[in-house]
Design a protein around this ligand. Structure first.
Ligand code: PLP
Length: 383
């Protein structure tokens, strides 16, 4: 897709004219079409206090749209609050027994790690697998698997260095051993195409405030597994719930699809907003978005090479993403970029630059100019 198409997409994100925004891995700025969905919701709430049933119909439309977006069926999607909720549903519900183990990379996002580490007192062994190369594949996990391994829990794209793990190899290996794979797609969704069949994970947990362009407080869990038992249950998850809302006295039968994980009222404005976001993303196409952010990465790598700045994560296109961490460890860098009106994130191993659909090659050039200036000031004073 030509740059002109992305230039018109950029116009939908006013924030990127006010600052150099390179922080999609933290959150993406609000776009005009997503705000329009929020405005429509709040206007109806303000003037008509509803209509709740219309709003709920819209939830089902968005659920179907999200399902199609990842090649799933609508009843395989549960709306959640965020990634952590989906991961905890899996960690609590997988029916492991004391002495079973689960594998995680030792660099995992804390929200993934703690969902499982919190089960250690109950007897789950959590094996933290060393991240010895700059991406993970089946070979990374194979030496740590034994007959008590129940699951591999892994981020598709990792927040700390941008590595894009080889999910197909991991899920094929796990399947051959009867091991569940719980994927965290918070950083990859809306940036790289995800098809649940190709990805092959038992469950996928995500939030929506990065590549899915929706404000915080909404996530989803995809699964078709019947083996994950809900920890919390409310009316929405009960298959034999009564229409008159009187609690049933006979044994509960839970829904046999992902709806059994949903509890209470939904985050209606955010779900409606997600509908607008998915339309925007679909109008560009995920293949184009992936190519766009990788292309910006090519440009950024060139700039870094010219200035002698190392990349913390992988350089290989196949294993990198929209997230690039530069080996700039002096604490002054964060303040310096702030003073240049550049939004990015300092992370454990350096400065994280992350691209969204609104970024352009001109942004990379402007960043390169600032980086050069910073090297003059910070690296010199550190030398
Ligand atoms: C890989 C990954 N998982 C999860 C999260 C966030 O978790 P939650 O959606 O529960 O806030 C982030 C970053 O915000 C992340 O980078």
């Amino acid at each position: 897709m030509q740059n002109s198409k992305f230039a018109s997409v950029r116009e939908q994100f006013p924030a990127v004219e006010n600052l150099l925004y390179l922080d999609a891995a933290h959150q993406t700025p609000l776009s005009v079409p997503v705000k329009a969905e929020l405005d429509a919701f709040y206007t109806a709430a303000l003037n008509y206090a509803g209509p709740k049933y219309g709003w709920l119909n819209r939830v089902e439309e968005v659920r179907a749209k999200l399902a199609a977006f990842i090649g799933a069926q609508a009843n395989q999607i549960a709306f959640t609050k965020n990634t952590s909720e989906g991961l905890n549903i899996c960690a609590s519900g997988l029916q492991w027994e004391a002495g079973d183990n689960v594998l995680l990379l030792d660099t995992e996002h804390p929200n993934n790690a703690y969902a499982w580490l919190s089960k250690r007192e109950a007897g789950l062994e959590v094996r933290l697998v060393p991240s010895d190369k700059k991406w993970a594949d089946a070979d990374t996990f194979a030496p740590y698997v034994d007959e008590r391994t129940r699951a591999i829990a892994i981020s598709h794209v990792m927040f700390h260095n941008g590595q894009r793990n080889d999910m197909a190899s991991i899920t094929a290996f796990a399947k051959s051993k009867g091991i569940a794979v719980i994927a965290d797609s918070m950083q990859s969704i809306g940036v790289f195409p995800i098809d649940v069949k190709t990805l092959g994970a038992t469950a996928i947990a995500s939030g929506s405030h990065k590549g899915l362009l929706t404000p915080q407080g909404l996530g989803f869990l995809y699964t078709e597994s019947k083996d994950i038992v809900p920890t919390y249950v409310s009316n929405a998850g009960v298959a034999n719930a009564r229409a008159d809302l009187v609690p049933v006295s006979e044994p509960l039968s839970l829904r046999d699809n992902a709806h059994r994980f949903e509890i209470g009222n939904f985050n209606l404005p955010a779900i409606h907003a997600l509908g607008g976001a998915l339309d925007l993303i679909n109008s560009i196409g995920l293949e184009n978005i992936a190519e766009h952010v990788l292309g910006l990465g090519d440009e950024l790598i060139k700039v870094c090479d010219e200035l002698g700045v190392e990349l913390v994560g992988p350089r290989e296109r196949e294993f990198r993403s929209h997230i690039y961490v530069l080996d700039l460890t002096e604490p002054e860098w964060a303040e310096f970029f702030k003073s240049e009106n550049i939004r990015l994130s300092p992370v454990r191993d350096g400065i994280r630059v992350s691209f969204g659909i609104y970024n352009t090659t001109d942004d990379v050039k402007r960043f390169g100019d600032a980086l050069k200036k910073g090297i003059g000031v910070i690296k010199k004073s550190a030398a």
